[in-house]
Write a protein that binds this ligand. Structure first.
Ligand SMILES: [Cu+2]
Length: 284
């Protein structure tokens, strides 16, 4: 009895004090996911919150009834046990109510899932090409014409990192970035690919997790941010020895700041293209 009490005290200390004290510091609530910054993330959080609080309510209701019955019908002198065959009315309701709750959750979660993965992004969405490799991310933007040159996994090679068609005029002015810069409030459509093994595009604050599979272009990832901030795109599939270091910066910035950054990148890409030409002629 004494050792059991000691074990309970120890476990209480570990889970209640020691673990929280050593837990990684993060902004927001330690006992919940980090605050979300996307419209889809908010939908997921409402659903998760509902399931969480419903579970809490059911847990306490069941425990209360259980403890009440333990005390009310305990063995004591002068009280005889009596046999109950059950209660059909109660059986009916405690079957119907949980079934209705599960059906509600199934329909609700499927709608959220559909919104996040099956709906098409709005036409003004910023489309970016994100290609994972051992061990990093390459990100391609549409450039001055606002048209991302079509990429194809079949063309991906060491020289052609995004698998673009060299004859495609829309691809000429595309620029590459090692960070994902996003204008706040605008929908972003990610075309996800991998050059070698399975990687995963995971941003907890976006409530977004999608594998990048070699040989495929994942087209259904899109999201809309709700506030500015700095985040990290970390690969979430153990993809090799350098997996721990496979990251890219994500910056959600105001539209003006995004436009400025974009214009700078377009100008840099244009001057690089000009300076490349004489070298190409010299090589002939
Ligand atoms: Cu990876």
């Amino acid at each position: 009895m004494k050792s059991l009490l000691r074990a309970i005290l120890f476990l209480t200390w570990i889970t209640g004090f020691a673990m929280p004290a050593f837990a990684e510091e993060r902004s927001g609530n330690l006992y919940w996911a980090p605050p979300t910054v996307t419209v889809g993330g908010e939908k997921i959080d409402v659903l998760l919150g509902f399931i969480f609080w419903l579970t809490i309510a059911v847990f306490f209701a069941v425990q209360a009834v259980y403890i009440y019955y333990l005390i009310r019908y305990r063995r004591r002198p002068g009280h005889k046990a009596h046999y109950s065959h059950g209660n059909n009315t109660m059986e009916f309701w405690w079957t119907i109510i949980p079934t209705a709750i599960f059906l509600l959750l199934a329909v609700w979660s499927n709608r959220v899932w559909f919104d996040l993965t099956k709906s098409t992004p709005p036409p003004d969405a910023v489309t970016v090409d994100v290609v994972g490799y051992q061990f990093g991310w390459d990100i391609r933007y549409a450039g001055a014409d606002g048209q991302l040159g079509a990429g194809d996994v079949k063309r991906i090679s060491m020289e052609n990192k995004f698998g673009v068609d060299p004859a495609d005029p829309a691809a000429k002015d595309d620029f590459v970035s090692n960070e994902l810069v996003i204008p706040v409030g605008k929908a972003v459509h990610v075309l996800l690919r991998s050059r070698d093994v399975i990687h995963s595009f995971y941003v907890p604050q976006f409530r977004l997790y999608q594998d990048a599979v070699p040989g495929r272009t994942i087209k259904w990832v899109w999201f809309q941010t709700t506030r500015t901030g700095d985040f990290e795109l970390a690969c979430s599939q153990l993809c090799g020895t350098g997996h721990y270091n496979m990251k890219a910066k994500i910056r959600i910035v105001p539209q003006e700041e995004y436009d400025k950054w974009y214009a700078g990148k377009v100008a840099a890409a244009a001057s690089a293209a000009i300076s490349e030409k004489p070298a190409a002629i010299a090589a002939q």
